[in-house]
Design a protein around this ligand. Sequence first.
Ligand code: ADQ
Length: 581
Amino acid sequence: NGAAPAAGKEQRLIVVSNRLPVTISKDAQGVYHFKMSSGGLVSALSGCKKTMKFTWIGWPGKEIPEEDRELVNRRLMDEYDCYPVYLADDLADRHYNGFSNSILWPLFHYHPGEMNFDAANWLAYREANMRFADVVAGMVQAGDMVWVQDYHLMLLPMLLRSVISGEGSQGEMVRRELGRVKKGVDKEVVGGMMGMKEEGVATALGVGEEGEDEGVEILDEVAEEGTTSAPAPAVPKKVKRPAFGRGMSQFQKQEAVAKEKGKDGVRIGFFLHTPFPSSEIYRILPVRREILLGVLQCDLIGFHTYDYARHFLSSCTRILGLETMPNGIEHEGRYTQVGTFPIGIDPMQFVDGIREEGIVKRLQALKARFKGCKVIIGVDRLDYIKGVPQKLQSLEIFLSQHPEWVGKVVLVQLAIPSRQDVEEYQNLRACVNELVGRINGRFGTVEFMPIHYLHKSVPIDELTAMYALADACLVTSTRDGMNLVSYEYISSQVDGHGVMILSEFAGAAQSLNGSLIVNPWDLQSTADAIHTALTMTEEAKKSNWEKLFAYVSKYTAEAWGVSFVNELTRLSGHPPSGPSI
Ligand code: ADQ
């Protein structure tokens, strides 16, 4: 849509995400092949790429032998503007599966029961963040903007500031302690590390520094003691505001050191793609202070919705005792702006897609196959946050209450395999298999099955044809940062004006006015919404779809990237009305 950031051609933007958007493979002849992925973040950043000098830093997804790295690094940089952070397989596994996906992911999605806290995985998370910080620090230059993506890298802003302000890398110490914990030699270190009160680590995190951080120090007695189980006091006992003047002098000090190193004025932004939960849930996290302090070294923190931003600010108040403003926080003399930046997609990919010859043909074939039958589509990564069991149970209720629809409606449920190394995902897979079997067994005949279930990734052309075919799309996430499947479906319904049934617990529900909003836990209400969708008049469908499509066309992925970067460009690291230095 032609959106472009206000920053000029000379502005450098370094995007950091856990995974690089490039898949690397090596064939039998030892030749490396690189494939750029077409994920949402890639299209979201296309606007920034047009007008800025752009580098993407991330984990390449696998270990590359030392002797090949020079070649791989050069090709990544020359051909894809990418630079890798290499992590040993065990470290990558503990960081990604062990901490990010087994602790932060369930907690941020209100599933504390699925959270498996393990101290060695926490240390691995820190170690991996440190590796990222070292690589980014080696690349960053004066005046650069660094944009960190998502929950895998929440310590990175703080560690990066520490490295570039001259305090140096803490990596060696973390590595040493990780080794000790793994061998189970020193359990006390584990407690100490969780509480982050070990000398050096505390400095890197900006806690417990003499005379500079009293506002923080007093509040979380849990962390002070290095324990992990007691709840935080609901109301902090003593709240001191960090004195702005004093903080500023520390900030000036930091800037002076950074200036000497030629890396002054680096602006850091962070965007969280998941929800940020209510402070009542967030405070369960044993390392709740550390994660907040990790991102508070940013100039700008972005969330999908206003609620997530509000939850983050209230966690900063309740856990760190910081006084917050509606749009930001002062901490250690730095003003961190907090804002909402709802992500989108590139709708034209689907709008144009449904006119492509191959997709048109496929759509005709599918229409013939499902003649006389309404189709409901579900597209989800097979993740417990997506509410697939609730979706299937609601369909079961609908079919049992409306037998006239048996044989006349099918649910095509595409489930992309996800995180299959994590136990909870294996359990979910078994549960979904069982439900599909039970419902098909109950309502199916030799000629007809009410649920067509595919546990695989589907090529984009097939996905587009399925979206275009479906009379309704059913999203029943129990929590979801945004949910882009709903955007993709709406964009594919230029002709059909299909009905969007959307969980109120998806971030998208706050934007997609024109959907049928449901509480997925209330199975009856979802069953009723299925009936409403299937019996809605063409006029009502069209009028709803027009509202939805107007929104999806305006708030695109590209517009999201550009608005975040524009905001980061505008910021200086000081409060809007604070004294200038
Ligand atoms: P996800 O949890 O991955 O993203 P979502 O936003 O719905 O969730 O995106 C899923 C993507 O995967 C869509 O592009 C969809 O087409 C694709 N997909 C799903 N199933 C598929 C299948 N069977 N075959 C092929 N493709 C499939 C996280 C957060 C979201 C947030 C995004 C972006 O969890 O809440 O919206 O990041 O910030």
